[in-house]
Design a protein. Sequence first.
Length: 396
Amino acid sequence: MSQMSHSQSTPANHSCITTPYYEIDLADLERNLQVVQQLCELSGAKALLALKCFATWGVFDAMRPYLHGTTSSSLNEVRLGKETFDKQGDKETHAYSVAYSANEIDAVLHYADKIIFNSFNQLAAFKDKAKQAGVPVGLRLNPQTSNSSFIIADPARPFSRLGEHDLAKIEQVVADISGVMIHNNCENDSFEAFSASLDDIEAKFGDIFIQLEWVSLGGGIHFIAADYPLQKLANRLKQFSETYGVQVYLEPGEACIHDAAKLVTTVLDTLHNGKPLAVVDASIEAHMLDLLIYRETAPVVSINGNACALTQQQSDDSTIIYGKSCLAGDIFGEYQLTTQLQIGDTVAFGNAAGYTMVKKNWFNGVAMPAIVICDKQGHRRVQKSFDYADFKASLS
């Protein structure tokens, strides 16, 4: 497994580093985090980085001053959060999983500061172990309503397994928990929709909240948008906290890293089959999988290092950019270009941090993008590179 020194840096010249690679921009990252920090200061809420969205721990030193800790979805994530984000012992490490197995719960409790169980069964099975370990216990609630435009990401979808909703049964176990987690937003950029949803949640569970110490409202709130009414959100969160006497937690993922990274690729080939086609040295299935899952187009942010903002446009002469895997639908998108792409051109796709690096895979054995960090002075370093040994080690 090859890795270059953190001190090895180069000026911001894309020709110096072999593509493909993810490039994280610390200046853009910190702009998001400053908004997160401001929201916390105004509202009294605490913010935990959702590792399921972004877990590139090479930039945790830059993120740590702005956040209160991490939240996880597995044993591996809770351990990573404890060892890399809370390495100085001054941050919180929350553990959650849809289901823990008996052979991992002891390790989870070793790393966790709080543990949230998804169901009554999981709570009954492991609450005593958590109590013996001195780890506060929570339960996930499902309000059966949500703000999500994607059924695949909707926690309140029909027959959802994510959390408990039966108020009478929740009341029977409230003495076993000190808090709850409710995550029912996905890319929700409307304060009014969030506030109305919280009204509904309070109407359903308010009598429970008053008996607790903390409530996590999860992530999926796009409050970093330039026109988002941040003060209104802060006031609403503060009102909620004071009404029930609870510490409010938020679990931002995308909000922390939105537009803070790009996937830089090189055009390997061009073809024409009814329209101009270009093939780059990365794969949407292997390196930006969420876009394939959600049928979305990768935004092009630069070509040959020149900034641009291309969105999908279809016409007789629009260019389709393909990935290099054998999947027929390995398509980054279709774009209207002023000049046609040539072999050797570099194309950078934006918003490549959230749900990308955590999902990257070795499909087709396509070269894994390196992870590059660009500091606020514009100097870039290769944080991590991958080679055949990594590919081989991922199999058996």
